[in-house]
Design a protein around this ligand. Structure first.
Ligand code: SF4
Length: 205
């Protein structure tokens, strides 16, 4: 398939994507993402959950509320600033064991990767925030959150900042050192958001 020439065209194609379903995976379409042309901050998570699949908007559950509290952003401001995408964009369905959501397979992640590549090519973000280890692993080659949270990376022209997942399911944030790492990471994110809102060559009112 030819590559999309605009964000709007890309979103239209992504919304119609059923690649995983056609390949036999038990995902629940439609794909969930949110954003618009001109956004310079790109938020990259793992996958939508059930609530997101029902509402059609990313980060609608408790984890989204925690993420916004971390970032000190109201919901409207959050969606105004961040283009929200994920490693896979369709709800993967419940896990076979009955606890939580199924983790999409590497094959599904591979099927979905072109959407991210085209978003980054078209948006050319100044800030990329990954949420959770799988997203950081995909984009930045990170293997352990403890090695990466609190640091910033260069991803093409963007500053990339990994965050842990805000669900708290892993218990990673029970460790005080990890909470300090998170604090440092959030300082990086806020500084970059400020830089995007007020680039050096523009005068503040
Ligand atoms: S997860 Fe990604 S590749 Fe798979 S059907 Fe949804 S949008 Fe398409």
């Amino acid at each position: 398939m030819s590559r999309a020439r605009s964000v709007v065209a890309l979103q239209r194609r992504n919304a119609a994507c059923r690649r995983c379903l056609e390949a036999g995976y038990p995902i629940v379409p439609p794909p969930v993402f949110a954003g618009h042309v001109g956004q310079r901050a790109y938020l990259y998570g793992l996958a939508p959950g059930r609530v997101e699949a029902e509402t059609g908007l990313p980060w609608q559950g408790r984890a989204g509320a925690t993420l916004r509290r971390w970032l000190r952003l109201e919901e409207k401001d959050f969606f105004e600033r961040f283009y929200c995408a994920s490693v896979t964009r369709c709800f993967p369905g419940p896990s076979p064991g009955g606890r939580g959501d199924r983790r999409a397979t590497p094959a599904e992640e591979e099927l979905c990767a072109s959407w991210r590549e085209d978003e980054l090519r078209l948006l050319r973000p100044a800030l990329v925030v990954t949420v959770g280890l799988p997203a950081a692993a995909q984009l930045l080659g990170v293997r352990r959150l403890a090695d990466a949270v609190g640091k910033s990376y260069l991803l093409d022209d963007a500053v990339a900042v990994p965050l842990p997942h805000p669900s708290g399911a892993s218990g990673w944030l029970n460790d005080e050192t990890n909470r300090k790492r998170l604090g440092k990471a959030l300082t990086h994110v806020r500084r970059e958001l400020e830089r995007i809102a007020h680039p050096p060559h523009t005068e503040r009112p």
